[in-house]
Ligand binder design. Structure first.
Ligand code: UDP
Length: 237
C-alpha cells in the first residue's frame, strides 16, 4: 500500500491518502507533546512503540467484537486504517482518579472509581478540550446525540477488555481516552490510537507511572515506560 497525498498532520500522527479511497495510512511521529501542544520534544523510537502498542490493542478489541478503524500494521511507524468521518469529541473512561479529574473535583490521586465513569470532552486544543455534556454536544453539533449512549457503552466494554489484559500484564489501567468516527460502511467505530499517549498506566505494585505523564511532568525516561508496557503486554497476548 503506497502513501499518496498528505491529508492531515496532527501533533503525533500524519494521515496519508492511499490508492484505495476508503483506506488511509497513519504515520506515527517521533514526537511527544503535552499541554495542548505547548510542551514538545522529538523522541526517537516513540512512533514505533505507539504504533506497535496501538496495533496490539486494536487487534485485541477487534477479537472481542469491538468495531475499530484498524486494518493492519504496515511498518514500524505506519498503520493502515479505514478512512472515517471523525467526531471532534473525546470519551474518557476512568478507573482511578488522576489528571484533570483530580484537579476538577479535588479527589486524591489514585482513589478508585468503581463503577468506572465516563466523560465527554470537546476536541479543541485552543479551547483546552472543555468538558461537554449531551446538551453541549447537541448545540455544538459535535456528534449525533443518539450515538452518545452507544459510545459510552463501547467505552465501558473497551475498559473491561483492556483492564483485564493489563491486569495480567501487572499494569493498572487508570484512565484512557477514545475517539469515534463513522467508517465508510456507516458503522460507528473506535478511531485514532490507543497508546500510552492516550492512557494512564501504572505499575500494579509500585504505582510507577509508565505513560505520557512521564513526559508531561518530567518523571523519567518516556521510552523506558513505553517499552515496559509493550514488553509486559507481549508476555500476556
Ligand atoms: N487524554 C488524551 N488526549 C487529550 C486529553 C486526555 O489522550 O486531549 C487522555 C490522557 O492521556 C488520560 C485520559 O485521557 O489518559 C484522561 O485525561 P485527563 O482528562 O485527566 O486530562 P489530562 O490530565 O491528560 O490533561
Amino acid at each position: 500500500m503506497q502513501k499518496l497525498k498528505k491529508l492531515y498532520e496532527g501533533k503525533a500522527k500524519i494521515v496519508y491518502e492511499t490508492e484505495e479511497p476508503d483506506k488511509v495510512i497513519l504515520e506515527f511521529k517521533d514526537v511527544a507533546t503535552a499541554f495542548d501542544g505547548v510542551k514538545k520534544e522529538d523522541i526517537k523510537g516513540k512512533g514505533s512503540l505507539n504504533n506497535e502498542i496501538s496495533s496490539i490493542l486494536f487487534t485485541i478489541l477487534e477479537n472481542h467484537g469491538i468495531k475499530t478503524h484498524f486494518i493492519k500494521k504496515l511498518s514500524d511507524r505506519e498503520m493502515l486504517v479505514w478512512k472515517a468521518k471523525r467526531f471532534p469529541l473525546e470519551l474518557v473512561v476512568r478507573n482511578y482518579a488522576a489528571g484533570s479529574f483530580v484537579k476538577r473535583y479535588g479527589v486524591k490521586e489514585g482513589t478508585e472509581i468503581n463503577p468506572p465513569l465516563t466523560e465527554f470532552f470537546m476536541k479543541n486544543d485552543e479551547l483546552h478540550d472543555p468538558m461537554v455534556c449531551e446538551e453541549h454536544i447537541r448545540f455544538l453539533e459535535l456528534a449525533p446525540v443518539e450515538l452518545l449512549p452507544k459510545m459510552k457503552k463501547i467505552g465501558l466494554k473497551v475498559n473491561e477488555i483492556l483492564k483485564n489484559i493489563f491486569e495480567k500484564a501487572n499494569i493498572l489501567l487508570v484512565d484512557f481516552k477514545l475517539e469515534f468516527g463513522l467508517l465508510p460502511d456507516g458503522s460507528l467505530a473506535v478511531v485514532d490510537e490507543i497508546s500510552p499517549d492516550s492512557m494512564r498506566l501504572w505499575d500494579k505494585q509500585t504505582r510507577e507511572k509508565l505513560d505520557k505523564d512521564r513526559f508531561r511532568f518530567d518523571l523519567g525516561d518516556l521510552l523506558e515506560g513505553y517499552k515496559k508496557i509493550l514488553l509486559n503486554l507481549k508476555e500476556v497476548i
